[in-house]
Design a protein around this ligand. Structure first.
Ligand code: FUB
Ligand code: ZN
Length: 605
């Protein structure tokens, strides 16, 4: 049985609050900014030649992602305001598209006659996002109007790239259309869309095999044919969207080699290229994956879209393999690297998500080291390149899909949230205040077996009935009475592999799936003078503002001194170190911030 977010209701708690924030604030805030910046009116194709207002090559995609988010909200709530905007855009797309189905603002308005001549100009990427928006519209409204427009465009692309082979490049410069074509295939049942997706995947890197290795070849993953890859290279979002397409395509076409490439590359990411927050793409140069274990904190790029891409990929892998470890990665990215991308107020966003802010470095960069680029320290309402905010808009409404899955009479709980799934004769409910509390009370109807993920961060758990363990899940067969799954959630200090040199002698605080950070606004200005020792006597308190639990730990502080050098002494002072959930950093003005703090455990015995 195919279930999707429409089968799932969130009832309360963390994700329900996020959905409320998204549908009441974020979706409107992003629309307003897109309207002000000219992204919406660009759909009228009325650019007047003013260079300052020139439509950007990926404006279409920003708006398509917003439409996807709006449609997903519309499928759950009465939202005539969103419906009107979506319809207005579909009207414009229908009116402005070319006779052969082609639709692209930049190449219709700014460079007519140049379609499909420059691989780096995001045409196929924008097309993919149109298909995804159209799929969401189809599911939300049942109307086939937009999906037909998207299918016409896909037919046009197929003609140009396959049947006639007249495009000036072979594969998308920015992957996305591969996974989108599969959505189109699933709705229309037309196999040639799946074939087109497979075509784009299989042609990638085929012609660059003999080219000299330089940065460009990695940027868009042109270094190796997809079936051979074993590491994540280049632009992180491109790589992750490609992996999503590969996983889907491999499963639908039975391509074992392609699926194994997904498994290898996933391992490379989570074993050496992922921040503790689930952020990926460590370097701003090329917005790319760096070398293994190169995970600098202050200059972490960790684009919000990349964390979302990792969620999307890991979720697919979880569903295709039924291995709960993939869902651990989803959880890591969704609570931390993705949620840090949106302000607590819901109307401002981070594109980059650093794990360290040192305002001193920012002042120095401004005065002396103009070439040093650091992430901004405050969330913004819109960016010149604004891919991340609408990506949040579209993911939060479908978070239910990450929570549950069903196959035949077997149910899967991959994530925990106060929610209910109803599909066919099956009903699964979770009652919980997760991630703040580890108790989840579950009822299941119409199932033979229920798989409950045992998170890898969880050291102790209990279940009130018999269960077996399979691939990271507790499997419960007796679902007549409610199942009480209880995870011990408490603050834990985490260290990183010593190959991550930036984190040597440091530890990060986690509580359940949440990563915490210390900000100077709650502590001292110089966070580098703080030392973590243990979590004994950790104090927890609930904060309305952060919609969650804050933590206070006993720790040490190196005394302030103006003496440049002096004899080393362990003359630390006792102090309290205050932490907030990482997703909430930079919501109270500019502040220094650290995820990884100095750590000093006891001597080995
Ligand atoms: O290029 C389109 C989007 O903008 C990418 O996915 C992001 O990384 C940003 O470059
Ligand atoms: Zn982005």
């Amino acid at each position: 049985m195919n279930i999707d977010y429409r089968n799932i209701e969130l009832r309360s708690g963390f994700w329900k609050q996020m959905q409320k924030l998204n549908s009441e604030t974020a979706i409107n805030a992003v629309w307003d900014r897109f309207d002000e910046s000219g992204r919406i009116s660009a759909f009228r194709f009325d650019w007047d030649g003013n260079e300052n207002k020139k439509p950007h090559v990926y404006w279409d995609s920003d708006v398509f992602k917003w439409m996807e988010g709006a449609c997903r909200i519309m499928s759950k709530e009465e939202r005539p305001d969103l419906e009107e905007k979506v319809n207005m855009l579909i009207d414009l797309i229908e009116k402005k598209r070319a006779d052969d189905g082609y639709f692209n603002i930049y190449f219709s308005v700014c460079e007519p006659g140049k379609r499909f001549t420059d691989r780096n100009m995001h045409e196929l990427y924008c097309a993919g996002h149109m298909m995804e928006a159209a799929a969401a519209h189809y599911y939300a409204t049942g109307s086939d109007r937009f999906i037909k427009i998207a299918a016409d465009y896909a037919d046009c692309i197929e003609k140009v790239f396959v049947t006639e082979g007249i495009a000036e490049f072979e594969t998308p410069g920015h992957q996305e259309i591969e996974l989108a074509l599969i959505k189109l295939y699933k709705i229309t049942g037309e196999e040639h869309y799946l074939k087109l997706s497979e075509h784009f995947l299989k042609r990638r890197a085929v012609n660059s095999k003999d080219k000299p290795i330089d940065g460009n070849i990695y940027h868009a993953q042109d270094n190796r044919p997809v079936e051979e890859i074993d590491s994540a290279v280049g632009h992180a979002v491109r790589c992750l969207y490609m992996l999503c397409g590969m996983a889907d395509c491999a499963v639908l076409t039975g391509n074992k080699k392609m699926f194994e490439a997904c498994e290898r590359t996933y391992k490379d990411i989570v074993n050496s290229k992922m921040y503790i927050t689930g952020g990926v793409g460590a370097t701003r140069f090329s917005e790319a994956f760096s070398m293994p274990y190169d995970l600098p904190n202050e200059t972490a790029y960790a684009e919000t879209c990349a964390a979302i891409g990792l969620m999307m990929f890991a979720d697919r892998m979880c569903k295709y393999t039924r291995d709960a470890r993939y869902a651990d990665t989803v959880e890591r990215a969704m609570y931390n690297g993705m949620c840090s991308g949106i302000s607590l107020s819901g109307d401002a966003f981070f594109y980059e998500n650093p794990l360290e802010i040192n305002l001193g470095s920012h002042r120095r960069a401004a005065v002396k080291d103009g070439h040093v680029k650091l992430a901004i320290t405050q969330r913004q309402k819109v960016f010149l390149c604004s891919c991340c905010p609408p990506n949040i808009n579209r993911v939060i409404p479908v978070i239910g899909e990450y929570i549950y899955d069903v196959e035949g009479r077997t149910g899967y709980i991959n994530q925990f949230a106060d929610s209910v799934l109803k599909a066919g004769g099956i009903e699964i409910t979770q009652k919980t205040d997760y991630p703040w509390d580890g108790k989840v009370t579950i009822t299941a109807k119409g199932l033979d077996k229920l798989y409950i993920r045992i998170p890898s961060w969880c050291r102790h758990f209990s279940i009130n009935k018999d269960y077996t363990v399979c691939s990271g899940y507790a499997v419960v067969e007796d679902n007549a009475e409610e199942t009480v799954f209880e995870m011990e959630i408490k603050p834990i200090l985490i260290s990183s592999c010593n190959k991550v040199t930036q984190n040597a002698c440091k530890a990060a605080l986690m509580r359940g799936p949440l990563v915490y950070c210390a900000e100077s606004v709650d502590n001292c200005e110089n966070l580098y003078s703080l030392i973590l020792t243990d979590t004994n006597e950790a104090e927890e308190s609930y904060s309305e503002m952060f919609r969650g639990i804050l933590i206070r730990l006993n720790g040490l502080k190196i005394p302030e001194s103006d003496e440049l050098y002096s004899e080393a002494k362990a003359n630390y002072e006792k102090t309290k170190i205050r932490f907030i959930p990482y997703y909430g950093f930079a919501n109270r003005g500019e502040s220094n911030m650290l995820v990884w703090l100095n750590y000093k455990g006891g001597m080995p015995s």
